[in-house]
Ligand binder design. Sequence first.
Ligand code: PLP
Length: 400
Amino acid sequence: MTDKVIYLDNNATTRVDDKVLEAMLPFLKDEYANPSSMYEFAKHASNAIKDARVKVKEFFNAQSEKEILFTSCGSESANTAIRGVLNMNKNKKHIITSKVEHPCVLNLYQTLEKQGYTVDYIGVNSVGELDLEQLSEAVNDDTALVSIMYANNETGVINPIQKISEIIKEKNPQAKFFVDAVQAAGKVPLDVQELGVDLMGISGHKFHAPKGVGALYINSKTLITPLIIGGHQERGKRAGTENVPYIVGLGEACDIAAHHLKYEATEVKRLRDKLEAGILKNIYNARLNTGIANRVPNTTNIGFEYVEGELILLHLSDMGICASSGSACTSGSLEPSHVLRAMNVPFTAIHGSIRFSLSKYTTEKEIDYVNSVLPGIIEKIRNLSPYQDELAQLKKQKSL
Ligand code: PLP
């Protein structure tokens, strides 16, 4: 184990930006008032929430601060959006989603199916792109809600949100469109007006705010019921005393991220591409699972044939390198990822697929180090593989 951690698991969570922490600290210490209190001391806290709401509103390019709801995480944003919309439209029982959504959406839909809803799960092709024709055919007059993620957490593949919105609204203008943008926030612009979405969720810890805070954009024409019932906070849409320091942190992270998108699209992408090119050049039968699909700039998902992904992760971990073999919620389980299964990644590669996800803190030196040690790790594991004949064949094909 090396002293320093090389953290290439930023789709699981990210390091808190120093400026975010700095902005939060006063509200963890001296400015501890309850923002709902009447006295002057509480004004600092309530004004800080107001300022943060403006920053988050700008991050989404929403029309009004009233369209922003603070939550505790991406899962809460999704649950609030989905349950809230369905509760307001109780006569409609049809929902559409994709097969590659995060468990916070998929598992909720499984629960809703048991409660009488019909759910259509739209498939993806071999590089992870959504089947838009299937989606269009699925929308009908009974459709209450469509929820499609902006970018996939395991592959980084971006869905054409604007086009999807047009398809939905053409077939059923009343159907609501929720977008889980947890993996898009801080990586690509989130312009809810241009994209034409009704609800969009984000999670602070995926873009350098702390864990425990998120937000949900709710278009002013979209009505929802609250998930948490109690006091009047968040305009009655989420009860509970506001988490002032974390809301301030989220606002700051949104502000920073909005000014950092160009760096993501250029420098983070350049390092991701360098890592990818190094792996594909130096390791035979490594496959880029997403092929030519449009992706967020920080993510690569590579399948190493005839190698167990968990073994790769253990060897990488011994060298201080953090990556993932599935989404954070499923790692530790040996079940192949539902995302890669939906893409029909061949069985020879599905168990050996690794996600590397970079951030603005990733350095060239770190990428060079990973590229220098990974071929040796794969070679070592393959030498112990029971598939020696198949591997010899693959090696021969590669050198032809
Ligand atoms: N949606 C996506 C695409 C995610 O990647 C995640 C977390 O990995 C979530 C939702 C859930 O976010 P949180 O962990 O903040 O609940």
